[in-house]
Design a binder for this molecule. Structure first.
Ligand code: 2P0
Length: 334
């Protein structure tokens, strides 16, 4: 039987403690090397397949929770007050309300994203992970990392992975209440691993991931092959990480991303997140690769590319892509 978020949280946290005075937390954004695409339960954001990502170090979201002194909930995004019926404020307040007592005091949430808007990265992963970490502190929940990840996932699926730095695997889980669907860090260090962001197009109106994945699951016959391929790719990427086999990792991640996009394109109405500039950039990546530079790409639900390469090829990659934004990845092991 399917559960609601509120039912799962009430079951896991039957006695909510009192609120504190102030809490603050940071969570990084992340980029998936094996993608999450499709849900088996849309209420709890339970995925069809497991996924694996790399977190983006200091790029992410910082969130502060304090008691509100105005008698109502207040939400600020990047220093600006957000009106209560704004969809962002509604999502944030609905998530907080899952964890507070009915008679609890209203709260003031201040959220800052330091992800450059030019990078074209989504912030829902780091946003819900930072909010969950701050809530854990503010309401003295004392949650384990597994539960923090599982609860962050209820805000946004990819937020389950943003609880950690470094390489992270999100286990799809099998339980109806989703409490076995959480992420865990992969204990490896790879100092020469690089991720670069290639912003290739601006202003393209896109369908958000949530509706995009639903449309794919509902209408794309090609989606039938996705769970099997994603599971194989996940195992291959884990093996490539363990062996520090960059070619295998890059090939599998690129193939995984393009296969996900193939299922999107096979949806109806079609979902094509690429712009002409995206295709031109892909061709430049493939051209450089044909000249012997091990450079691979991955893409999410948007027109921009993320490039994967090793530090020793930095000069050649930068020469070919002077506009590349690099990311300082923090891998906390080793
Ligand atoms: C990923 N994406 O694995 C995939 C690849 C986009 C393409 O996770 O509905 O914002 O909040 O669970 O997490 C983006 O989807 O979706 C995403 P919800 P989410 O990174």
């Amino acid at each position: 039987m399917k559960s609601t978020k509120a039912q799962v949280i009430e079951f896991c946290l039957p006695d909510l403690p009192d609120a504190g005075v102030r809490a603050e937390a940071f969570a990084p954004s992340n980029i998936a090397l094996c993608k999450y695409w499709g849900k088996r339960d849309a209420e709890l954001n339970l995925p069809v397949n497991g996924s694996l990502s790399i977190s983006l170090g200091s790029l992410g979201t910082r969130t502060e929770i304090t008691e509100s002194d105005t008698g109502t909930d207040q939400v600020f995004l990047n220093g600006k007050a957000v009106v209560q019926d704004n969809p962002f404020a509604r999502k944030v307040v609905a998530f907080i309300s899952l964890f507070r007592r009915e008679l609890d005091q209203p709260v003031c949430i201040k959220t800052e994203n330091n992800i450059p808007t030019a990078a074209g990265l989504a912030s829902s992963a780091s946003g819900f992970a930072a909010l969950m970490l701050a809530l854990n502190d503010f309401y003295h929940l004392g949650l384990s990392h597994d539960r923090l990840s599982a609860f962050a996932r209820m805000g946004s699926g990819s937020a389950s992975r943003s609880i950690y730095q470094g390489f992270v695997e999100w286990h799809k889980g099998n339980r109806a209440d989703g409490m076995d669907s959480f992420a865990e860090p992969i204990n490896i260090t790879w100092p020469g691993f690089r991720v670069g962001l290639l912003k290739v197009a601006t202003g393209a109106k896109k369908i958000d991931s949530r509706s995009g994945m639903q449309r794919t699951v509902d209408t794309a016959a090609l989606y039938e092959q996705w769970p099997k391929q994603a599971e194989q790719d996940l195992q291959t990427i884990k093996r490539a990480l363990a062996d520090q086999d960059f070619e295998l990792l890059g090939q599998t991640a690129e193939h995984n991303a393009l296969s996900m996009h193939a299922t999107m394109i096979a949806s109806w109405p079609p979902l094509l997140y690429w712009q002409p500039e995206s295709v031109a950039a892909m061709q430049r990546v493939w051209e450089l690769r044909s000249l012997g530079v091990p450079l691979y790409l991955t893409m999410d639900a948007g027109p921009n590319l993320k490039l994967l390469y090793l530090a020793e090829y930095e000069a050649q990659v930068r020469d070919a892509f002077p506009e590349l934004l690099d990311i300082d990845i923090v891998v906390p092991f080793g």
